[in-house]
Design a protein around this ligand. Structure first.
Ligand code: COA
Length: 252
């Protein structure tokens, strides 16, 4: 069974006030344009990021992503961003330093095409992946290389126009789950089996990596940006996990 769980977004403007932590069974999914918010960090650059060389643009976007991630986490912790302590786990997953902040808030980030997503949950792991749909030369070849044979067949079964969308939907499902687990893509991406349905939230058909059941929520907030939020599938009769989308902007 596949159901459409596409996340809806409300808009928040800077400056950001204190924020209540996600309730049990809730994920807050923040999304912002890195180029829009970069202008708040570099007010002197009146044309913002428009004419930056690519290496400077990449660095500026990374810095902006990390700055606002800290600021938002600080809003939950009632702290300024610079007082938020983030540590890196073995495979690079950032987490709040539980010795300073306790271990209730969990988060994960992703960026693509100048957008940044930050998924925040209380007391449960969460993973997010966003990808800008771009014309990939040969999605089928990438699927044959990284997906299971059955999944690659599903990509091949789509019309040539739809192959990229099907491939990208499957990719973000896999990556969101692997990021929620905290492991890397290498050696795991073909072991995790996901549904090929492009527009619904789909399912994780099997996860031999963690043995966990996952609930997936589809993101399609702007233009050709697509993605997935992954959280552990709650046991019945707990209520389903709800994802609240929050688009952060520098202006209305
Ligand atoms: C995690 C990974 C899947 C992200 O890939 P990506 O598509 O390039 O990047 P995304 O934009 O979706 O996500 C990047 C964010 O994911 C988070 N992240 C990094 N490693 C992570 C991990 N192992 N698990 C969960 N999240 C991770 C970080 O927040 C990162 O943002 P930051 O660099 O600004 O802090 C990929 O980098 C990977 O496979 N890493 C594992 C590397 C590894 O196994 N190394 C072993 C030697 S230590």
């Amino acid at each position: 069974m596949t159901e459409d769980h596409t996340v809806e977004f409300e808009t928040y403007q800077l400056p950001l006030a204190e924020h209540n932590r996600p309730a049990a069974g809730e994920v807050h999914l923040w999304l912002w344009s890195l180029d829009d918010l970069a202008q708040r960090l570099m007010p002197a650059a009146h044309d913002g990021t428009a004419n930056l060389p690519i290496s400077v643009l990449t660095r500026t976007r990374r810095m902006t992503g990390r700055f606002f991630t800290r600021m938002i986490l600080g809003a939950y912790l009632r702290l300024p961003g610079k007082a938020v302590h983030i540590i890196r786990r073995r495979r690079g997953r950032p987490e709040l330093d539980r010795n300073r902040h306790g271990d209730r808030i969990r988060f994960n980030t992703s960026n693509s095409g100048g957008w940044q997503a930050l998924a925040v949950a209380s007391d449960m792991p969460v993973g997010v992946d966003i990808e800008m749909l771009r014309s990939r030369r040969d999605p089928l070849a990438v699927a044959r290389r990284y997906f299971s044979a059955g999944e690659a067949d599903a990509v091949q079964g789509a019309s040539s126009k739809e192959q990229n969308r099907v491939f990208t939907a499957m990719w973000t499902r896999k990556e969101a789950v692997l990021k929620a687990i905290g492991c890397g893509l290498a050696g795991n991406i073909d072991r995790l089996r996901v549904s090929a349905e492009p527009n619904a939230s789909g399912q994780v058909l099997s996860d031999p990596v963690s043995g966990q059941k996952w609930a997936l929520h589809r993101i399609a907030p702007v233009g050709s940006l697509v993605g997935t939020v992954a959280v552990p599938q709650p046991e019945v009769p707990q209520p389903e996990v709800r994802v609240r989308g929050i688009r952060l902007t520098s202006r209305a």
